[in-house]
Write a protein that binds this ligand. Sequence first.
Ligand SMILES: [Fe+2]
Ligand SMILES: [Fe+2]
Length: 301
Amino acid sequence: MPHPTAPSAAPPAVHDGLVLEPRDVRFDWAQLPLHWIPDEPMATHTINVLHLLLPEGERWFVRVFKDALPMIRDEQLREEVLGFIGQESIHAEAHQEVLDHLLAQGLDPRPYLRQISWLFQRILGDKPHLTEHQRRENIIERVAFVAAIEHFTAFLGDWVLNSPGLDQAKADPTMLDLLRWHGAEEVEHRSVAFDLMVHLDPGYPRRIRGMAVSGPLLVHLWVRGVRFLLAADPTLQGRIRPTWREARRHSRRGLLPDPMRSIRSGLRYLRPGYHPTQEGSSSQALAYLATSPAARAAAVR
Ligand SMILES: [Fe+2]
Ligand SMILES: [Fe+2]
């Protein structure tokens, strides 16, 4: 399948008539094996880190964007932000259900989740006692963090939509649908956080700061998350330790994104002429959403 991530020459217009529809999907995890990529615990748990980070992370996106709503002076952008809030709220709940399933299978994610909720609620949360000017600055700064993270969620969404290796490895079809439905919506709404950041502060330093904080933080949380899950997996008892070499080996088989490609993608975000619509393919995302079992079931509900 051709990979549509090559940057195009000219940045497209910021608004392209984007209408974001929250799809009220449901998944049944009753039959999900603990290692849902059969015999691939490291690849399974590397992707499972998404379930650890996203419920708290996406609820935080929603809080930040709700705080930013009164600052928006563009009706089209406001509509997009509202659609984004609707989609991210559903994403958070969908991943939360996987966490509940992990716990039922004897893998207790709560020690790691406590750290994540401390990060998003205390460190990156709303700060009381700020002046009006400081509060506005704080909201824009957090929008810039979200915009940088959304670059990676779109990158991962594009990857998972173009990852036949997971099908060849016989990954669980319900989990694949969750990842591809979510990935497709990430590609679909990939420009919203960036456009909001630029609307509130068009300055280049804000964008750089957003990536300088979010990029390394994301790598750190991911590495910790993989180590945590492999150690907490009751069937492994700490026998597998993740390494970058193993991650690259899995990426060559199409089970994980290539770490080097992920870093190069992060660097593209720093180019002055960057816009998220240069990455990924909206038509491919919408084509997946038209066939996703969960999205189709949501459409007739
Ligand atoms: Fe999301
Ligand atoms: Fe998103």
